[in-house]
Ligand binder design. Structure first.
Ligand code: SAH
Ligand code: SF4
Ligand code: F3S
Length: 480
């Protein structure tokens, strides 16, 4: 085992920024349960609240797997739990404030249940400001551990049970690839598979490269083995995960890249393969060809643009121009004509002028995205953009977001209309939450659809005729 004593147990943005040339370690035996922790959770419950992106959702599956391997079972009710974890997100200020709200609430829960172990993990744990605030103001937190420390949960839990002091273990390092962790998957028919961790793009507004470490790929044999196992267990929809999946394999230098991986994953024969997120910068022609040629790679691509203006893109550090983005977009639509494309957009980046914002609207109008996740820029301490002068009024930013969202809705509806009266393949996930006489699932193009159908078909892929179209979802009827 590697000696970790060189790393501070408190987060450090300065250390987190470091990108060395050392080879990433792929470690197979890092996970261990101390002898006196075996079965410690028997008869007890845990609750994990997850914030943020799919990377965190996937990490929660690992945390849940670890807790279950100690004997705990899951509960939806915080008040019934002996262990509560908040798996946090640092991407925007409002994400963080939600977590602080929850921490306040947990203070009251701990009063009635003093034996409760209450932990904070995820991306916020990697931030100095957050950890200092918790240390000063929220002593009811029993443990804080970072994104590189997940496999250490049994050891940290033991310390938290024995010690009165808050247990703090956050390694601000570049990161390893840790294999063979237990996992309790959130869904029965669709699954996430990490193919890489971290991010080296350092977009000027973004905290992720600091909270998740260096861009590092899992070995392709480990990924293919996991996908094969999921297929054998009956999974039908697999999403390959990374902050920039297109950069997959760049750290190996043996020529095996994301196009090679996609192709190998497709051969395993899972019905549906997806991937997220694609950075426009590394999107290769080989990738487009592999997606176009394999029917089980879904024609639905998430391609975040962030802004339609070259000056803003440059100051965001996005590494492409509006023209290059449009060229890529056109190439994808030409090679895969029915491909749906979704995006992410930030409005109100420091000093964004009204004209520059209009460029984002005109790009949106050109691309006619199927959907977009839209955000008001939020300064993140330690990132270069946080030091840029930001002179746009909040009301202006809100107005920009509002107008953009109107366009998003208009285009979403327009794109959904293409499916009216069509027959689509749907992976049936279950009954609709609002109306249990209806089934719900996703189409190949990642459209949510509610439909009348046979409940025995949950977990299967069925044919559904689309009878009604809305902005956020389709409606339909299963056909025999
Ligand atoms: N790796 C992905 C994005 C992950 S974060 C990519 O590069 O495409 C998801 C989205 O959050 C980003 O695409 C961006 O639109 C938004 N985001 C990130 N940092 C932000 C910030 N400081 N303020 C507002 N939105 C932000
Ligand atoms: Fe953040 Fe940019 Fe990396 Fe995406 S590519 S995670 S936006 S730094
Ligand atoms: Fe949030 Fe961390 Fe994901 S900051 S968006 S949970 S990588």
């Amino acid at each position: 085992m590697k000696d970790y004593s060189e790393y501070f147990n408190k987060p450090s943005l300065k250390n987190a920024k470091h990108r060395g040339k050392d080879h990433i370690q792929h470690i197979n035996d890092a996970y261990e349960i101390p002898a006196d922790m075996v079965g410690i959770g028997r008869g007890q419950k845990y609750h994990i609240k997850t914030y943020g992106c799919q990377a965190n959702e996937r990490d929660t599956e690992t945390l849940a797997g670890i807790l279950e391997s100690l004997g705990y079972v899951s509960t939806d009710e915080i008040k019934d739990a002996q262990v509560v974890l908040l798996n946090t997100c640092a991407i925007r200020e409002n994400a963080e404030e939600k977590v602080f709200g929850k921490i306040g609430y947990l203070k009251t829960v701990k009063k009635t249940n003093p034996n409760l172990i209450f932990g904070i993990c995820g991306c916020m744990a990697q931030e100095e400001v957050v950890v200092n605030r918790i240390l000063q103001k929220h002593p009811q937190v029993d443990m804080i551990f970072g994104t590189h420390n997940i496999h250490r949960l049994p050891v940290l839990l033991k310390q938290a049970m024995l010690e009165k002091e808050m247990v703090l273990e956050v390694w601000s390092k570049e990161g390893d690839v840790i294999e063979n962790l237990p996992s309790q998957r959130a869904h029965k028919h669709k699954a996430w598979v990490n193919i890489m961790y971290g991010c080296d793009k350092f977009c000027t507004y973004c905290i992720v490269p600091y909270t998740r470490g260096k861009e590092r790929s899992r070995l392709h044999n480990d990924i293919l083995k996991e996908v094969q196992e999921l297929k054998d267990q009956g999974y039908k929809d697999i999403t390959l995960l990374g902050q920039n999946v297109n950069s997959y394999g760049k750290d190996f230098k043996d020529g095996y890249n994301f196009a090679s991986l996609l192709s190998d994953v497709a051969q395993i024969g899972v019905e549906r393969i997806r991937f997220t997120t694609s950075h426009p910068w590394d999107f290769s022609d080989d990738m487009i060809e592999v997606i176009a040629q394999n029917e089980n790679i879904m024609p639905a691509i998430h391609l975040p643009v962030q802004s339609g203006n070259n000056e803003v893109l440059k100051r965001m550090g996005r590494r492409y121009t509006r023209e290059q983005y449009i060229e890529l977009f056109d190439k994808i639509k030409k090679a895969i004509p029915d491909c749906t494309v979704t995006t992410d957009i930030i409005v109100g980046f420091p000093q964004e002028t009204d004209e520059q914002y209009q460029d984002t609207l005109s790009l949106y109008d050109y691309c006619e995205y199927d959907l977009a996740y839209t955000f008001i820029y939020s300064p993140r301490e330690g990132t270069p953009a946080a030091k840029m002068e930001d002179d746009i009024e909040t009301s202006v930013k809100e107005q920009r977001l509002y107008k953009l969202n109107e366009l998003v809705n208009e285009k979403a509806y327009k794109q959904n209309l293409k499916f009216l009266d069509q027959v689509v393949d749907v992976l049936v996930e279950g009954t609709s939450k609002k109306d249990d006489s209806m089934l719900t699932g996703y189409t190949q193009h990642q459209k949510l659809i509610n439909f009348k159908g046979n409940k025995d078909h949950i977990g299967q892929i069925v044919k559904v005729k689309v009878t009604e179209v809305k902005t956020w979802a389709l409606k339909g009827e299963e056909i025999e």
